[in-house]
Design a protein around this ligand. Sequence first.
Ligand code: GSH
Length: 230
Amino acid sequence: MYELYIANKNYSSWSLRPWVLMREHEIPFVEHLLRFGDGAQWNEYRKISPSGKVPCLIDGSTAVWDSLAIAEYLAERHAGIWPADAAARAFARCAAAEMHSGFSALRNRCAMSCGMRVRLHEVPRELAADISRLETLWTDGLSRFGGPFLAGGTFTAVDAFFAPVAFRIQTYGIAQGPAAAAYATRVLKLRSMQEWYAAGLAERFRDEPHEKEILQMGTVIQDLRAPPLT
Ligand SMILES: N[C@@H](CCC(=O)N[C@@H](CS)C(=O)NCC(=O)O)C(=O)O
């Protein structure tokens, strides 16, 4: 049985990628959730994960400690992680890699916090450029490969890589064109995403650095999470 190490569902966008991919592909795994800010848990975890970051997939004696590497590891063992069609697969790999190494303004200025609704103080040029690129990329994939997912008819790794962005769109009310907006809604409605979201809302522990980061970027309009532990 695979074991997947992740962090708080409310905040951990990198953790969501392999988690939603495995859920959507019905690949069984045991989940281990580390709380940000719990030093003792993370110290233990550093004995397991070479980078000390989440996510990390454990398969017997093999540790796979990066979300893109996990997608590739799973693709070697399970059908359908990447699209079957070569052109769709090339697109999916490029788009996932672009998300993995790019979109830094979107990542830094719109940190994932599933249960919050936030009005950004400003949308600087780099963020506007990332939002515009996102819409172009999604619309291109949806129209070229026929949807309803980014590289065709099934949920593949590229959709998993953009799943955290669907939560960011919801949190920050990021406007998108009709095809991209409909795609974000479709992803948010997936059973696996609903499961993640419900668990994120139920979390009562807060991580101060994440909370502060969000307050620097915007004004909280709504906090739908369960009350914090005192
Ligand atoms: N490139 C890595 C990045 C993972 C990453 O930055 N994870 C963050 C959490 S969302 C983390 O573990 N932070 C804890 C730390 O830096 O100590 C991946 O794709 O898995």
